[in-house]
Write a protein that binds this ligand. Structure first.
Ligand code: PLP
Length: 397
């Protein structure tokens, strides 16, 4: 008796694994600073929590429609119009148990065995694994550090063929923080309409952008690309609601209907209470999100400056999200206590053991020259973590 080939093919989420290791070490009394997890350290804003408490008190604690309550679908419609200039109707919206679940449903609804999905690399860890779960093939469009990890038409075009079904976009990007401009998106939109593939646009970090960058949703670039785009977003990061598990999809009615049918058999509905809270998050005051964004921006500047001050390490300044992805290949070949650092995994192991800081090796995101820090942690943790890392880097020979 053994587990399925499908389950054996899947790599567990590295980011969740690193966060669990840091938690375990802390439970043993070891003072570890966690830069692993993509989770805001802020509390969910009070007005959102209160909506959930009220839902419980009113007895709104039963199954809902599988694809989410109408009130929340309408809140998503309002949000997409307000923030992205996009017009959707209620039957073009599906609420799921987090953005990860939304993405999984999209892949399940669209992919046949053997289809190809183009994923820009470096990529968020779940994209290739979810594609593999559909028996489809991830094909990587490698972006270049010297171009700021930006995806553009010329990187995608050579990968296209008759099996290409979806191009995944993730702007602003986890892990690089690259956020695409309107003209870069236009080039990709033109390619999609010329070739007739789907665009899956993961806009989870759209409200966390810096340096005056204005997020553009590719679906807003014309009727044809709108009809070929499936937009996914989540409340996890923008509203510090990771544990509530609410994400949503907007797209063509027939795709949304198919996803709803899948979801009705997978999970029934997203949590009733979290849905009521999500309505308030999307339609209520947005100040808390703006404040979080400002704080992330301050931390971003500090961590980028501190990393670039370390000899052999270079770090681009991200335009969005809350990650930095420094190049640490200057550390490779150096050694400590008789051990040579050969790759990003060795280096992150060294940082965990010596500096007691938890970061994720870049190889998990498709680039072994880099490591990923989440700066969704306090400024004092960032300062302390950078002091420890600078010392650990100094000790290498
Ligand atoms: N998409 C990207 C790019 C992410 O980084 C994440 C979380 O880390 C998600 C989607 C999913 O978030 P959630 O499932 O919490 O909504």
């Amino acid at each position: 008796m053994s587990v399925s080939q499908r389950a054996r093919n899947i790599v567990p989420s590295a980011t969740l694994t690193i966060a669990a290791t840091a938690r375990r070490m802390r439970a043993q009394g070891i003072d570890v600073i966690g830069f692993g997890s993509g989770e805001p350290d802020f509390d969910t804003p009070d007005h959102i929590k209160e909506a959930a408490i009220q839902a419980i008190q009113e007895g709104f604690t039963k199954y809902t429609a599988s694809g989410g309550i109408d009130e929340l679908k309408d809140a998503v419609v309002t949000r997409l119009k307000r923030d992205n200039g996009l017009v959707y109707s209620r039957d073009q919206i599906l609420i799921s148990c987090g953005g990860k679940h939304s993405l999984f449903n999209v892949f399940q609804a669209l992919l046949e065995s053997g289809d190809e999905v183009i994923i820009p690399a470096p990529y968020w860890v779940s994209f290739p694994e979810q594609v593999k779960l559909c028996d489809a093939k991830p094909v990587f469009a490698h972006t270049h550090e010297h171009e700021g990890f930006r995806l553009h038409r010329a990187l995608v075009e050579p990968l296209l063929n008759s099996r290409t079904k979806i191009l995944v976009l993730n702007s602003p990007c986890n892990p690089t923080g690259a956020a695409l401009t309107r003209s870069e998106l236009q080039g990709l939109a033109d390619l999609a309409t010329e070739w007739g593939f789907w665009i899956l646009s993961d806009e989870t970090y759209d409200s966390l952008a810096y340096d005056g960058y204005q997020h553009v949703s590719i679906a807003s670039l014309g009727d044809r690309v709108y009809a070929q785009t499936i937009l996914v977003n989540s409340l996890s990061k923008a509203y510090a609601m990771t544990g509530w598990r609410v994400g949503y999809t907007a797209g063509p009615k027939d795709i949304i209907k198919a996803m709803d049918a899948l979801q009705s058999q997978e999970t029934s509905n997203p949590t009733s209470i979290a849905q009521r809270a999500a309505v308030v998050a999307l339609t209520g005051a947005q100040e808390a999100t703006h404040r979080m964004r400002e704080e992330f921006d301050r931390r971003r500047r500090v961590i980028v400056e501190r990393l670039n001050a370390m000899p052999g390490i270079s770090c681009l300044s991200p335009q969005g999200a809350f990650y930095v992805f420094p190049n640490v290949s200057g550390m490779y070949g150096k050694h400590y206590a008789g051990t040579i650092i050969r790759n990003s995994t060795d280096f992150t192991t060294y940082l965990l053991e010596t500096a007691r800081i938890a970061v994720v090796p870049g190889v998990e995101f498709g680039s072994d020259a880099h490591i990923r820090f989440s700066y969704a942690t306090s400024m004092s943790n960032i300062e302390k973590g950078m002091d420890r890392m600078a010392e650990a880097v100094r000790q290498l020979r």
